[in-house]
Design a protein around this ligand. Structure first.
Ligand code: A2P
Length: 280
């Protein structure tokens, strides 16, 4: 179908998911419920977001079957190591109230902790147990992916990274393409800061689409999965209404020209040390 991709491990993943960063557990219930009713089939959370319970509740209470929804969560920086990650995963599943997730990610590379290989081994085991369908990483740079490739046989199916018109990550995407890793863009809208860009707005005017829709369509036309964050019903709906147009080659070139290598979020080598509290 037009609205999903098949990962290198054979698992099908929706192209658009709802991002849930900076949303409390209680605040997450309504947008997740709304998104599932509006046609979303993927929700992205993380242990550190502190909202797995609310996200899980909204998924469990929806009219959808469990296997109709693609659920992603992530192991936080303080839980690196084999046993630590196994325990952290159990807790995440418990908070979500689910039997399995679809994608489990290492949230940040955490080179300083020195246990990426052990953490990855735990993810491989969790997948082998059938408690996650896919495994991947987040915020990995080429050097982190190269090290992981030396330490392990299993390639991450996904690398979820900051990627938007200002930060296009071409070298990293090239590595992904060469190794069968799907790029998943977090803050695909540049946290909403790229929406006033005249180039993006002009493309939108031609297609009668919003700036946000143009950017999301650009990501999809580049082969990426996107997880725009919104808690607003109209914007949640807008962000998945991107399957009735495509950008032409001039428009794709105009989008490519917006790159300034400007990061809005944390650099992978200095991951955030604080986040929302876990909700267990
Ligand atoms: P809100 O939750 O109030 O909708 P990103 O996913 O790139 O981090 O962007 C998220 C930010 O962009 C949030 O502040 C969100 O606010 C806002 N946002 C999400 N979708 C849209 C949209 N379609 N139009 C305008 N702002 C949006």
């Amino acid at each position: 179908t037009a609205d999903s991709v098949v990962l290198a491990d054979g698992v099908r993943m929706p192209l658009v998911g709802l991002g849930m960063l900076h949303v409390s557990s209680e605040e997450a219930i309504e947008p997740v419920r709304f998104a599932l009713e509006a046609g979303y089939r993927a929700i992205d959370t993380a242990a550190v977001y502190g909202n797995e319970a609310g996200v899980g509740q909204a998924i469990r209470e929806s009219a959808l079957e469990r296997d109709d929804v693609f659920v992603t969560t992530k192991v936080w920086n303080t839980d690196h190591g084999y046993d630590e990650t196994m325990r952290a995963f159990d807790k995440s599943l418990g908070r979500l109230g689910l039997d399995y997730v679809d994608l489990y990610l290492i949230h940040w590379p955490m080179v300083s902790v020195g246990k990426i290989a052990e953490t990855w081994r735990a993810l491989e085991e969790i997948k082998r147990q059938g408690r996650t369908r896919s495994i991947g990483v987040s915020n990995f740079m080429v050097k982190h992916l190269e090290q992981l490739a030396r330490d392990s046989d299993e390639v991450p199916s996904v690398n979820q990274i900051e990627l938007h018109p200002w930060l296009q990550q071409r070298e990293l995407e090239g590595y992904h393409a060469a190794h069968g890793i799907r790029t998943e863009a977090w803050s695909p809208l540049g946290q909403g800061k790229v929406l006033q860009n005249p180039t993006v707005m002009a493309i939108g005017a031609r297609h009668k689409k919003s700036a946000a829709q143009v950017i999301l369509r650009w990501h999809i036309d580049c082969g990426r999965v996107v997880i725009p964050k919104s808690v607003n019903g109209a914007r949640i709906r807008e962000n998945i209404d991107v399957f009735d147009f495509v950008l032409d080659s001039d428009e794709m070139a105009a989008m490519a020209s917006l790159n300034t290598d400007r990061r809005i979020g944390s650099h992978p080598d200095s991951p955030p040390t604080v986040g929302l509290p876990f909700d267990d």
